[in-house]
Design a protein around this ligand. Structure first.
Ligand code: AFP
Length: 296
């Protein structure tokens, strides 16, 4: 699996460079295509996706790739050991205004089941490695392989990641959610978020609208991040396989919790998706914040 991690690090350095020069190189703006989710693709979404597929395929360790940008699975080499699910450039609507975006991924061991669904649609608890890259003022790489969540930062002069330490979820009082949807939330979510606004015990609100940045802040500073279900988007917005699973795995291994919400305190990692691009509502963060949620 080392080669997979090295490939993702190598891609991230190229993506970081492309992002830094995207204005100069006319890489802002949209293409005329949409991805599997119907989202309009940004030019850098496509560049990052091609890069990830190319580098991961060349590791000779991947059997199957599952990307946000591809409707179907990408069969690389049936005989190899690992399945990698990834979102090459999450939060890309933030690129043109120079806000943080990220790459998210997780790895499963291929069980080589003759039934393709059983092979690729696996429970989150089966993930053996998960991580993300945050392209911000610095480029941060966070990864979990087994226990703990390790934090690296890119030394741009040497194109090398430097280990900063392990992450233990912070304790600051911050809640992070797109409040413009509050009218459409279900009663459990309205009740849950109301607790963060109670006089004297009130939390601060922060929301970037870029999952990697919002989750990274939640990990380092503390609090909770949520993209809940509502009456318009009954499964929320975020994808299970390559957005919610990796983040849930990292948050749990950093000492936090990640649950579905929507009348359910079930762990995100207990979900088994039915389709590659399935969505789930999510609430993640410190144990104190997640325990405030009640499904009633
Ligand atoms: P884009 O990739 O279209 O920018 O969407 C980003 C994202 O999938 C995720 O990173 C954010 O948490 C979430 O959407 C923000 O969605 P809202 O704009 O609806 O709050």
């Amino acid at each position: 699996m080392d080669k997979i991690i090295e490939a993702i690090k190598a891609c991230s350095i190229i993506i970081q460079n492309s992002l830094s020069h995207s204005g100069i190189n006319n890489l802002h703006g949209e293409r005329e295509t949409s991805n599997s989710s119907g989202d309009v693709q940004k030019k850098l979404d496509v560049i990052s996706n091609d890069l990830m597929i190319d580098y991961l395929s060349k590791t000779e360790e991947c059997s199957i790739l599952l990307s946000e940008e591809n409707d179907d699975l990408i069969l690389v080499d049936d005989s190899k050991k690992y399945i990698v699910a990834f979102d090459p450039l999450d939060g890309s609507s933030n690129i043109d205004c120079n806000c943080c975006v990220g790459t998210i991924f997780c790895v499963f061991e291929d069980n080589h089941s003759p039934n393709m669904s059983e092979r690729i649609l696996r429970k989150g608890d089966e993930i053996i490695c998960a991580g993300y890259v945050l392209y911000g003022p610095a480029t941060d790489f966070v990864i979990t392989v087994g226990n703990g969540a390790e934090h690296f930062v890119l030394d741009r002069t040497q194109s090398k990641y430097i280990y900063l330490g392990d992450i233990h979820i912070g304790t600051k009082k911050i809640y992070s959610i797109n409040e413009s949807n509050c009218e459409n939330w279900y009663p459990d979510m309205k009740k849950y978020v109301a607790q963060y606004k109670v006089k004297d015990t009130k939390y601060t609100h922060r929301y970037i609208g870029s999952m990697v940045a919002d989750v990274h802040r939640t990990l380092l500073y503390g609090g909770m991040f949520s993209y809940p279900a509502d009456i318009k988007n009954t499964d929320g917005k975020l994808r299970i396989l390559y957005e919610c699973f990796p983040m849930a795995k990292i948050v749990e291994n950093a000492g936090g919790k990640a649950i579905i919400g929507k009348q359910s305190s079930k762990r995100i990692l207990e979900i088994t998706p039915k389709n590659i691009h399935d969505r789930t509502p999510i609430i993640l963060g410190g144990a104190i914040e997640i325990d405030k949620y009640s499904s009633e």
